[in-house]
Design a binder for this molecule. Sequence first.
Ligand code: GLC
Length: 754
Amino acid sequence: MESIDRILDRMTLEEKAALCTGASSWTTTPVERLGLPETICCDGPHGVRRVADIHSTGHEALPATCFPTASCTAATWDVALIRRMGEALAEECIALDSNILLGPGVNMKRSPLCGRNFEYFSEDPFLAGEMGASLIEGVQSRGVGTSLKHYAANNQEYQRFVIDARVDERTLREIYLAAFEKAVTRAQPWTVMCCYNRVNGRYGSEHFQLLTEILRDEWGFEGVVVSDWGAVHDRVEALQAGLDWEMPGPRPARVQAVVDAVRSGALEEYVLDASVRRMLALVQRGTHRPSAPDFDVDAHHALAAEIAAEGMVLLKNDGILPLAGQKRIAVIGRAAVQAHFQGGGSSHINPTRVAEPLAELRERLAGAELTYAEGYPADDAARPDLIDEALAAARAAEVALLYIALPTYKESEGYDRTDLDLTAQQVALIQAVSAAQPRTVVVLNNGAPVAMSAWIDGVAAVLEGYMMGQAGGSAIADILTGRVNPSGKLAETFPLAVEDTPAYINWPGEAGTVRYGEGLYIGYRYYDARRQPVLFPFGYGLSYTGFAYSNVRASAATFRDVDGVSVSVDITNTGARAGKEIVQVYVHDRAAEVARPEKELKGFAKVALEPGETRTVTIALDARAFSYWDARYRLWRAEPGEFDLLVGASSADIRGSVTVTLESTVDLPCVLSRSSTLREWLADRRGREAIAPFLAASEEARRQAFGEEGLGMNIMDMFIDMPVLSMLEFQMNALPEAPEAIVDRMLAQAHALP
Ligand code: GLC
């Protein structure tokens, strides 16, 4: 294809405007005159939802592998595995003829109530960023694009098209943008999809700071910004903010609005041209349609099973698992025959096949007698008859397996949950069965945490299967029978009650606004700060073996920010069977000028160990691992001083730590101004020098006016957070000149210092 500039030169204004608006729900606008083909996109993020007639508005999708959802893949903590999933997704995109996969979603799980949390990875931005970047790398390694979404602070479904997320700058940077930043800077997704909602008063589709200043100018994003479907309100505003591609199309009125705006001068043509250039680059990349007529259905199904088995989390086990030799097993719950493996909405895949949990179990327990009982209906009706039937099966068995899936009407894209509860019937069923059969195992299929306090003490084991993808049924069977040793760990906290959750008092917002009042403190950051007990902590998961941690050490006791530091730990498999352990490294800042969460995840590794084997795990930490966003200097700042490196099996199970000292090589710019407080002057190297004479003079003046004892108060405590200019105006003795002149002279001095 011709060079982009050459094509651009030949395009008419109408062709340029048309290229920036979709031609259909899934395609860009071709320009036959210039030999520009269409580019095709389709949903994700955990499967290829490629509608059969790409130019229609129909929803019938071609068969594709439904991989585990992000709720499950995140719990693998295995970036290499997620990359492999991305490669497989790309192969299916190629086979089904799609150039861009709309995913991954890396929005933070601010509240477990969000109906779309199954599509998102974590409450922690470091883990979410690692997972998102790895999936993008996997997909794009095969010449297929991705769309990192939904940028940004799209953390609820309630009023998602209009609600204004009010987020302070540090929180936005450290929590809600950080996963996007990592994915963009490490993996360069072909596209980034803007959110529907507002962020601090501006729609995501018209947010110049987000789309241009941060995404492009600061992070160096080179691709195309695409709108979420229907997220554009003012097409010209959106273009000026940096939104290149409006979807869906066709929207002739929007194209005309752009043409008119250029003609009237309301929109500079160079602004449009910048978007057209990026669209041309996308079309050139996307047009490359490798000729692969199909994909390996069996291999992808097997990969989906492998990922699901790595992502399921064993939450409780009194020793009943893995099953061993039981001959009579009750299998209760409709999810045992109607696998609940994905969520509702745009991510809904037409699976190539579905592994039925009961059938998979039968295959692995040929010698056992499995008795099925439905347990609960598809709706939330109370059915005591089904409980009676289940009880009969459970009493006649040696063990009862309860397959409990959260109904779709409770969680999906488009709406949030109002509670964390299973259905009343499901709770009654679990309580009744476990009372009659103490050897009861609960297998959960849900996209986000559920409340368990009403029944968990009465059951012998709980396996969190999440929304496990089409092959999840076989993964469950492999774990229950011990073919696979579970190794997943929670990528989100399971709270005891919804009232305990960080966002609870601000959820879901009202009058069009939702305040992120908990600030940085989401997930384990909040529960740590509040010393709040939880049901299961972030990073938690059991295994059929055990692991010992020893010899935690750092590569240096003192290090410079530019050099970074690494922390090592020896991990030993202390059990009788092979297993995998997810080692987590959290950083604790012992002293900072600002409030910081008690600890933050900054590294992890998953290690496979044979029985008795010991291996050393080493995690490298760069300056960013110690930094917070300093809103004053508008930069990531790692303050000099001591930090604890905490090595844990979960956020609540720290197995060892080492303290290191960071030396800063950063010479912060002088940002003092007329409104700066005395504390800010003294915290600034240059400020301290420039203000010293004034402080000495003030001290002398005070002593003369009030004598040694002063006014019986600590002057510094009184003035430390007062603007120096106001202090001067407070000055008791006559000033030689106007306070502004004195402050301006000190400012000039401070800013002139090297
Ligand atoms: C939906 C979703 C987005 C999806 C798009 C296309 O509304 O928010 O994730 O990719 O529209 O279906």
